[in-house]
Design a protein around this ligand. Structure first.
Ligand code: TNX
Length: 536
């Protein structure tokens, strides 16, 4: 099965107004409604043709209020088909006088079930009978990468809330969780070979740097469980091990790898051990060991994100390190930037040797890594050049610019807690992304997709993290899925209303854009703004 975008667009145009009202986020690529009603009742039954996760699909339908027993004469049929490369998420959902038929490959079937569950949630229910209008939906995403990055280091989320987040991502057909597991305040992933990473490095968070703070991290067993849970729901988890900067937590545990601190201004060290020593062979071996354990824990990710951001804030001490001095002489490296590039290349070799692709923040786009083998995360919204140069050079890019996709930024002009940078990240801007960039067709070809990032320096509580996330993440889901011609903020807003009620019914904290809800702030609000905030 392969869906042509041209056909989908043509079908979409033909669908007119009613299609806008299907209660589904993200809005499907093509919807064709017709006259007629199909009534399902508990005895209608469900049948599975081909191998698939029957329990998961049954559960997805039940979540929408459609409780069906397995039966050979079922009215609802899932049929597994092989899709062409690049179309694994596509599905067709047909509701007609004959019943319901959902066709797709593994992920497509799950997405078809999710869409049917949304229709069921909104459909008239009477005496156990659920009525659906006849419709044919042909759906698949605009972008392959529809992601969310969660910073677990500055504040730790933990398994229970993380699983709930993954379930919600799946509801909106988001498919990548970029797991920022390490940073200066805390190291959150168990590494068997280096137990002090978690014994020492996982204690503390952004605002609690006591050496005896509780240890907070994911065990390898938990990680395997979370990865499998996400995978079943179409969410691939991509781990980030940030290096050579943002390294304090690891260096606190193993000080022999220290490369020097983050000099915030000349007398103040923000983080005393911000970098790994980029030139010490033992440090490279240590990082190599960590990366191979990480690769084993995330076998399907195929990508390891190596960070690479903001390293220059920790360059200050590099020229004094004996290993850096001799490396520079031996390799004829002129400056710190060249040392950083050398380090990135060595790490990329290790990642590639494990069979993984390297991903990194947009700094790595200019550090000499192989263009066809590197996934770049464009975050510096004020440096559009970086995005365009990377795309023009043929590099794959995930677009996650601070504005409008950093959820630690304010979402309402009335709020005071959170970042601003010449502006904020309100829901309509999130939804509209990336149309204002006006990328050329040639550039679009290299866009892997879109991603929101939640940095947690100012999001210490789960309530606040949810408040910053929802409903903006639902807007990212539609921006990443729905073809440009089918996006419509008015329609999205209408479909959002019942979703806000749903999220609340599940105890998820949301910002209500219709009521412009007041800010939910951390226990000690306001004072501590991020170190890189631009003065306004
Ligand atoms: C910059 S974005 C960082 C993070 C901070 C974030 C705060 C990026 C690649 N690095 O370390 O948490 O700003 O918004």
């Amino acid at each position: 099965m392969k869906f042509s975008f041209a056909l989908l667009a043509a079908a979409g145009i033909a669908t007119g107004i009613r299609a806008a009202e299907l209660p589904v986020i993200p809005r499907p690529a093509s919807v064709v409604e017709s006259a007629g009603v199909l009534a399902l009742h508990p005895g209608s039954g469900v049948r599975f043709e081909g191998e698939m996760d029957e329990a998961l699909l049954t559960e997805a339908l039940a979540e929408g209020g459609l409780k069906l027993a397995k039966s050979d004469k079922a009215a609802v049929v899932f049929r597994r088909v092989k899709t062409e490369a690049g179309h694994a998420e596509a599905y067709r959902l047909e509701i007609s006088g004959d019943g319901v038929r959902i066709t797709g490959d593994t992920t497509g079937l799950f997405y078809g079930a999710e869409t049917l569950a949304r229709l069921a949630e909104a459909a008239p229910h009477a005496n156990g009978v659920v009525s659906f209008g006849h419709v044919a939906i042909d759906d698949e995403p605009r972008y392959a990468w529809r992601g969310y990055m969660l910073d677990e280091s500055r504040a730790f989320t933990g398994e229970k809330d993380l699983l709930r987040l993954i379930d919600l991502m799946a509801r909106y057909k988001l498919n990548r969780l970029h797991w920022h597991l390490t940073d200066s305040p805390g190291w959150r992933i168990e590494i068997k070979k280096y137990p002090k990473l978690t014994e020492i490095g996982s204690r503390g968070s952004e605002h609690d740097q006591r050496a005896d703070a509780p240890a907070q991290f994911y065990t390898q067993e938990q990680i395997r469980r979370i990865v499998a849970h996400a995978k079943a729901r179409g969410v691939l988890i991509v781990p980030e091990i940030d290096m050579p900067g943002h390294a304090d937590a690891a260096v606190r545990a193993y000080p022999e790898h220290d490369g020097g601190g983050f000099v915030q201004n000349k007398d103040k060290l923000k983080w005393k051990r911000f970098t790994f020593n980029p030139a010490k062979p033992e440090t490279l071996a240590f990082l190599g060991d960590i990366l191979s354990e990480v690769a084993g824990l995330f076998p399907d990710a195929k990508i390891i994100h190596i960070g690479g951001d903001e390293v220059k804030f920790g360059w200050g001490h590099w020229p004094e390190l004996p290993e850096v001095k001799s490396l520079m002489a031996k390799e004829h490296l002129r400056d710190n930037e060249a040392v950083e590039a050398w380090f990135n290349k060595r790490i990329a070799e290790k990642v590639n040797a494990l069979g993984f692709t390297v991903a990194g923040w947009d700094e790595i786009a200019s550090r000499g890594l192989a263009k066809d083998k590197t996934l770049v995360f464009w975050w510096r919204h004020d440096k559009e050049r970086i995005l365009r140069d990377a795309l023009d050079a043929g590099m794959q890019v995930v677009m996650c610019p601070r504005r409008p996709l950093y959820f630690d930024f304010l979402q309402s002009p009335k709020h005071r807690s959170g970042r601003t940078w010449g502006g904020i990240c309100p829901l309509p801007d999130v939804y509209a992304f990336p149309s204002a960039l006006k990328l050329t067709a040639a550039q679009e070809k290299h866009v892997a997709g879109v991603q929101a990032c939640l940095w947690t320096e100012n999001a210490l509580t789960q309530k606040r993290r949810e408040f910053l996330t929802w409903p903006r993440l639902a807007a990212v889901a539609e921006a990443g899925w729905t073809p440009e011609a089918r996006k419509d903020y008015g329609s999205f807003s209408e479909r959002l209303k019942p979703e806000l009620a749903f999220l609340r019914s599940r105890g998820v904290e949301v910002y209500d854009p219709f009521a412009d809800s007041p800010d939910i702030v951390d226990p000690k609000p306001g004072e501590k703004r991020d170190y890189l905030d631009k003065p306004e």
